[in-house]
Design a protein around this ligand. Structure first.
Ligand SMILES: Cc1cc2nc3c(=O)[nH]c(=O)nc-3n(C[C@H](O)[C@H](O)[C@H](O)COP(=O)(O)OP(=O)(O)OC[C@H]3O[C@@H](n4cnc5c(N)ncnc54)[C@H](O)[C@@H]3O)c2cc1C
Length: 442
């Protein structure tokens, strides 16, 4: 017979591992098991991200979650654990129209203590001469794509890169060191629902009985029922797979996102673009977001590559219950050529001639379609967490703390985020949800 646990966490992505870590830190005597169907940790969407962190959001909730998580990651890295953090900054290049539209959000960020810098057009041109800021009236391509002239930029100096796998492995190593247990190659097939006062009669739980979640049925390295006082569902974009069959709305929808890389190795212009002294002390080009379709460029100097992608919300279908194998979601080189590349070369002509990516991959954003803010909610014996909406890594520490607090204090609890800020669990649930919607999803 399989062993019982106090807490069982489904999913060893960055979120499940952050939950496991915080639960173990604050409940050291509890027996905690993490189950993962893949052969190793952090191989799902955590391995497919753009691997960026930012404290620039329009929603106060996201600001709190990301700012506190980034501070925690910086502290860990400062203590000598390499998380691959590089503070390159985020440069949001915008048209005049976009700048005035976003001004209220910028003021809100400043009011909330988020450091931002405004670059007017002449300062931006000086700082990033490779940027094409104005399209000639005769430029048919830009007219067709309705590309706007650049009006300026907003720079977020505290944003940057990190290595999500290293972060996940930090949480994992600490969790294991404190006595937690992880099993790979093991799938949670279904959630066990039973009566809290079983009568031993077939057909239980009846509607007149109080039902509770009692664990999961596993298949793989461990087989059969594994019972736990609390089951944490942190299986990312796959949350619905387990929750919907027992009548719980998982509140996530997957949406494919594609990443492409362009080598700068044999192109002196691109190699030069990678380095820039105007924004940070690393001599690195910041993460640049262009004014059209949030087309973005990340310079990865150690690979001599740019990672590029864009936002294509409309016409990209939602996936309610994704295929278990994330490898089945493929990037399409034509998508790059016909979409991303055209925007990229218009604003950054140095990319001209790079119409073929040298590497590509796809993953799934796990959207909370309500407001693009993560959620944590409780049912009898169950805590579900997710809905990172494309920025779950940069909020994973805060989410782990909130899940741990939900376990210890229930839905009336108040979690302490890194740095001491309080965050009420109820804000993130669905019964009395009180989060501010996020507008800057990229
Ligand atoms: C292209 C792309 C770019 C992104 N860029 C960024 C970025 O720059 N910054 C950022 O912060 N975020 C980014 N994200 C989002 C980020 O990747 C996610 O928010 C984050 O990785 C989610 O972590 P997770 O642990 O919830 O999910 P996952 O990493 O997907 O982990 C879930 C795990 O659960 C396991 N699992 C599922 N079902 C079961 C089951 N029944 N039994 C056992 N195991 C199960 C899966 O195998 C998986 O390992 C990006 C995402 C994509 C797709």
């Amino acid at each position: 017979m399989a062993e019982d646990f106090d807490i069982l966490v489904v999913g060893a992505g960055v979120l499940g591992l952050s939950c496991a870590y915080h639960l173990k830190v604050n409940n050291p005597t509890k027996k905690i098991l993490v189950v993962e169907r893949l052969a190793d940790a952090a191989q799902g969407n955590t391995a497919r991200s753009a691997a960026m962190v930012r404290n620039m959001f329009t929603s106060r909730d996201n600001l709190m979650l990301a700012e506190s998580s980034i501070n925690f990651y910086r502290n860990i890295q400062g203590s000598g654990v390499d998380l691959g953090m590089k503070q390159t900054g985020y440069l949001w290049v915008m048209s005049e129209r976009q700048l005035s539209l976003n001004e209220p959000y910028m003021q809100k960020m400043e009011k909330n203590g988020i450091q931002i810098e405004r670059f007017d057009l002449s300062r931006l041109k000086q700082a990033l001469p490779a940027l094409n800021t104005e399209f000639a009236a005769s430029d048919e391509d830009s007219r067709l794509m309705e590309l706007e002239n650049v009006g300026g930029a907003i720079f977020g100096p505290k944003c940057g890169r990190l290595d999500p796998e290293k972060l996940a492995r930090f949480f994992l190593a600490e969790f294991l060191e404190k006595g937690g247990k992880v099993v790979y190659g093991t799938e949670a097939k279904r959630i066990i629902v039973e009566s809290s006062k079983p009568l031993g009669v077939e057909g239980e739980p009846f509607v007149w009985q109080e039902a509770k979640i009692a664990g999961v049925v596993l298949q793989g390295e461990i087989n059969g029922e594994v019972r736990a006082e609390t089951t944490v569902i942190a299986s990312g974009v796959w949350n619905n797979e387990l929750l919907e069959p027992i009548g719980i709305d998982g509140h996530v929808k997957g949406k494919k996102r594609q990443m492409f890389t362009i080598s700068a190795r044999n192109d002196s212009r691109l190699a030069a673009l990678m380095h820039n002294k105007s924004f940070n002390q690393l001599d690195a080009l910041p993460f640049v977001i262009l004014p059209k379709s949030a087309c973005f460029i990340k310079a990865v100097d150690e690979e001599a590559r740019f990672w590029v992608a864009c936002d294509d919300d409309l016409n990209q279908p939602y996936v309610n219950v994704p295929e278990p194998d994330i490898e089945n979601y493929k990037a399409d080189p034509r998508y790059y050529e016909e979409n991303v590349y055209r925007i990229l070369k218009a604003y950054l002509p140095d990319f001209e001639g790079h119409s073929r990516p040298d590497q590509m991959w796809a993953g799934l954003y796990s959207y909370n379609t309500l407001d693009s803010i993560p959620f944590v909610f409780l049912e009898n014996g169950l805590i579900a967490a997710g809905g990172g909406s494309g920025s779950g890594i940069m909020k994973a520490d805060a989410m782990g703390r909130i899940v741990d607090c939900a376990y210890r204090q229930g839905e009336d609890g108040e979690a302490e985020l890194y740095g001491g800020t309080g965050y009420k669990i109820k804000r993130m649930g669905f019964k009395s949800r009180a989060v501010e919607r996020e507008e800057w999803v990229i």
